[in-house]
Design a protein around this ligand. Structure first.
Ligand code: NI
Length: 206
């Protein structure tokens, strides 16, 4: 049997068993677990093919991924956006030297990006996780502090680190880890895109 055929047959039976409405994250988690543990797909995996990852796009902003032999097996990915300006420059260096180091990103008066943020959590910790409003936590812990701000001037996070995309990802990771500390929704990591081509992540699951 081809992998296409096995996936089609698995989907048919899994969707019949786990009908899920829009926004019903737990139904999507159950569906993904059902697909990833399907005997047909597992049988296929005993041959020369192994299943590395199964992904389910639940909405344009929500994706679930499952790696059958990894912990956590299922990760929920949720996407957000924020606009911010920044300047990459080493303090004390002349503008020309900063231009040589950081190119256009060292423009003395700053410049803006529309950043995309993906937050990854492990949703597999029981029904208590259902009550957690991830969007509200990201809004109050991250977006409120960064959206429509000059990252160097309007936030306290980049006084001792450059607001590069790598450091923005590390900063948001720290904010989210603190916000979800003790929550039934376990934090996994983040990815931040500065442009479509340039991003940084703090976990290989994002
Ligand atoms: Ni820039």
């Amino acid at each position: 049997m081809s992998i296409d055929e096995a996936v089609r047959l698995t989907l048919q039976s899994a969707l019949a068993e786990h009908p899920c409405g829009e926004g019903d994250t737990w139904a999507h988690v159950a569906l993904l677990q059902r697909i990833a543990t399907d005997p047909l797909l597992r049988g296929l995996a005993r041959g020369s093919t192994t299943i590395q990852q199964v992904s389910l796009s639940a909405s344009p902003y929500t994706t679930l991924t499952m790696r059958p032999h990894t912990s956590p097996a299922v990760v929920l990915l949720r996407d957000y956006e924020f606009a911010a300006s920044h300047r990459l420059a080493v303090e004390g260096l002349p503008d020309e030297a900063n231009l040589a180091l950081f190119g256009k990103c060292s423009n003395p008066n700053g410049h803006g990006h529309n950043y995309r943020l993906r937050v990854a959590v492990d949703p597999g910790h029981g029904p208590d996780a259902l009550a957690v409003d991830l969007d509200a936590i990201v809004e109050s812990s991250v977006l409120q502090h960064l959206d429509h701000k000059h990252l160097n001037l309007d936030t306290p996070y980049f006084s001792d680190r450059l607001p590069s995309v790598e450091n923005i990802a590390i900063t948001i990771h720290e904010l989210m880890a603190a916000a979800l500390d003790g929550s039934p929704l376990s934090f996994v990591g983040v990815r931040v895109w500065e442009t479509d081509r340039t991003s940084a992540s703090t976990s290989d699951r994002v």
